[in-house]
Design a protein around this ligand. Sequence first.
Ligand code: PLP
Length: 448
Amino acid sequence: MEKLLVSHFQEAVSRMLSGFDHLPAFTPEYDADRISHILFEVAEKMKENYPFHHPLYAGQMLKPPHPVALLSYALAMFINPNNHAIDAGIASSKMEKEAVSAIAAMFGWAGGLGHLTGGGTIANLEALWVSGKIHPDKLIVASEQAHFTHKRICEVLKTGFESVPADMNGAMDIGYLENILKTSHVGTVVVTLGTTGCGKIDPLPEIIELQKAYKFRIHVDAAYGGYFKLVSNLSEKNSLAFDNIGKADSIVVDPHKHGLQPYGCGCILFKDSGVGKYYKHESPYTYFTSNELHLGEISLECSRAGASSVALWATQQYLPLIKGGEFAKNLEKSRKAAMTIFSWIESRDEFITFFEPDLDIIVFSLKGSSSKEISDLNRKMFDICAKSDLHLALLTLPRAIAGKHHDLEWNSDGLTCLRSCLMKPEHEDWAERIITLLQKSVSATVNP
Ligand SMILES: Cc1ncc(COP(=O)(O)O)c(C=O)c1O
């Protein structure tokens, strides 16, 4: 980190703590030498990780927090606020309300109800919990390609759940959905805009049409893809899905995925603030200094890191959530990187592909005759890439998807493919280098 930022961080800590100068002096006790020693030990241990911060890490959904987020988070830690109650996090609760309103505004919502959560799973839990309160005896359905936690959340909530098969492109199959709607009582359809595995977009406009006939709630899980609402380089069809996102009843987006935040930052939004009644509870020991809304009154979790909202608020000051702004342009770079690398892969004889990337995740595979042979080759290439410092991920595509694109002998459960999340804006400039490494690795894999 730049020296200037480090010294400004120290200055910010003293400015913040000067707000408490009128109190009698007190010095916390600690042994600086031992802490330094342990810090260096931590530094050694952390070297064991893959280089998540570097553009050659293009594997799982991991993106480093922005320096403004990291420093603001660390600054807030000197106070360590808890946004459960205004009493425990006066400034950070206000920052959370502002930051969440900015996210709601990105989706075209003013008002409504929303707050930050520990992550996407908890945010989806809240959405489905409210869905279950509104339609206690009805099913919640989500695509087979939706995040695995939806099914598990329904188990926890003891709410009926059914999976909708995906089409050959990995999005929810609208025909299957309509069949389920005809034969079962569906209370909520979970629509994923940006599936975890393949980054695919469920057909939201068509699902909104079905809603007119079958009357269900729509919950959009945009934990991964939500911020792509701001970009201008998606396909027309996918842009239309994002244009319609505001018609949902609830939306989840994870600032700790594409929003440049440290982990521990998800967000749930409800269009109707009336759902606040389901959260009503008595907490005589927490809410006492203010009649204003305490975030714990509209959240399932109790303690939550106030520092998360401070970091998010600061990031949104630096990179406002506007179309054409720097934040949006950076996401467009990720998408361009995905398209550049995907086009190269498509131009090569050694590879097969299944579908175009909808966002910035690409899925591809080496050629071969059987599913097992191909899966083994892909695993081998994954290891060879890692040895040359290019870190990809693996993903098993079900036969129901992969088999519709390529005629293979099937002798394994699914097809293990290569997958890359090109989440960093730097990936655009690094695309050529990534292609060179892919080229070398593919030769080493198929002609060892
Ligand atoms: C679409 C989607 N929903 C939900 C989740 C779960 O979010 P979290 O890991 O923050 O709990 C993920 C995580 O990758 C996701 O991609």
